[in-house]
Design a protein around this ligand. Structure first.
Ligand SMILES: Cc1cc2nc3c(=O)[nH]c(=O)nc-3n(C[C@H](O)[C@H](O)[C@H](O)COP(=O)(O)OP(=O)(O)OC[C@H]3O[C@@H](n4cnc5c(N)ncnc54)[C@H](O)[C@@H]3O)c2cc1C
Length: 331
């Protein structure tokens, strides 16, 4: 590992100050639990000159907001999120996602801020030998290579899937993210935080600026909603899901008033399936409705040579998440 300077700020302002004056995300990096960053550093994928530990600087609490929602600090550990009684009561799909992240050890040290901002798990990005777009190279190796775990939505230039399990329910619940930089705070919709790759913006996955720190997830009061979250893995292993879905259904009596359907591990961002949301509006939750919405969710998928199977897996995840929301038992 390359030698680096280590900074240990104890408040938000000092954490932001510790990012300057370089404002260069390749040279200065934030450290949460280190589950992702330290692995990248050991593999020579990331070689910062300075590492800024934010665990002692950022909020590590979960607190109610005046409107009945919750504000979750970036330094909260994933295990504490999963075990928090208020989160369990208000946002069960977020708890389900948190509880399935990796292993107990990963959940014990991984933070909410680190999970949302973790870098892609693409094996070309993670391998020093492949100089892909994300590392300043001139191509994405997935289309002509081993692409079984890559995106089935989007048209490049990179084909990563977003790795964060927490990001998907955050978008489904309509969360906002609080970011802090040298000129103060800004609040961004979770759905607007994650960015599809473009040639101008190929090395990053979100709108966080090089001089900003991610500080909170702010969740609105859920209201009268039903929730479902379903993840599919190769087996009951500790690996990332192949595809998963969160659905949040705002009920209007016995029918769905409006729906948010978001899929994970299928695109470079948490993928909102608006065709499925339209298909659900005004319907009762049953097997036929769930199946129809699941088909709609996968409209427009563009699988590559080895990941066509993900279309069916994602469809199943959406269908089962909807049925789960309706309290209907799945196989
Ligand atoms: C075997 C295995 C299985 C896993 N399975 C899953 C899974 O199913 N689902 C899932 O979501 N994850 C999974 N993970 C990933 C793991 O959950 C994440 O690596 C972890 O949550 C990252 O949290 P951290 O605090 O350790 O992040 P760190 O490694 O400290 O940081 C991750 C990245 O975020 C940046 N960062 C950290 N904090 C901030 C902040 N406050 N503001 C801005 N940027 C910040 C860092 O600079 C770094 O680039 C798995 C990991 C392993 C090893």
């Amino acid at each position: 590992m390359k030698a680096f300077a280590y900074v240990n700020p104890t408040n938000e302002k000092d954490a932001v100050a510790a990012l300057g004056p370089e404002r260069d995300r390749d040279r200065v990096m934030l450290l949460g639990g280190g589950q992702d960053l330290l692995a990248r550093m050991k593999d020579y994928i990331s070689q910062p000159d300075r590492v800024v530990n934010v665990k002692n600087a950022l909020d590590a609490t979960i607190a109610p907001t005046p409107d009945g929602g919750l504000k979750i600090g970036a330094a909260v550990r994933i295990v504490d999120l999963a075990e928090n009684a208020q989160v369990q009561k208000l946002y069960p799909s977020l708890v389900a996602a948190a509880g399935e992240v990796g292993t107990p050890q990963i959940r014990n040290s991984g933070t909410v801020g680190g999970n949302i901002n973790q870098r892609p798990r693409c094996w070309y990005f993670r391998n020093e030998e492949f100089n892909c777009f994300k590392k300043g190279g001139d191509r994405c190796f997935a289309p002509a290579g081993e692409n079984q775990f890559h995106a089935i939505f989007g048209s490049g230039p990179t084909h990563i899937v977003h790795p964060s399990s927490l990001a998907v329910p955050a978008v489904a619940y309509g969360a906002k993210f609080r970011l802090v930089g040298p000129s103060g705070e800004r609040i961004v919709d979770a759905a607007e935080y994650f960015t599809m790759p473009t040639m101008q913006n190929v090395k990053t996955e979100n709108v966080l600026a090089a001089d900003e720190v991610f500080t909170h997830i702010i969740l609105p009061a859920p209201g009268n909603v039903k929730h479902g979250h379903y993840e599919v893995r190769f087996k009951a292993s500790h690996d990332w899901p192949i595809a998963f879905a969160t659905v949040v259904l705002a009920m209007n009596g016995g029918t769905i008033g409006s729906a948010r359907v978001v899929m994970g591990a299928v695109a470079p961002v948490p993928w909102r399936a608006q065709a499925a949301e339209r298909a659900l509006a005004g319907k009762r939750i049953d097997e036929a409705t769930a199946a129809e919405a699941a088909i709609a969710a996968l409209e427009g998928a563009r699988p590559m040579s080895q990941n066509n199977y993900k279309v069916q897996v994602a469809k199943t995840a959406v269908k089962r998440a909807i049925l789960q929301a309706g309290g209907i038992k799945t196989a």
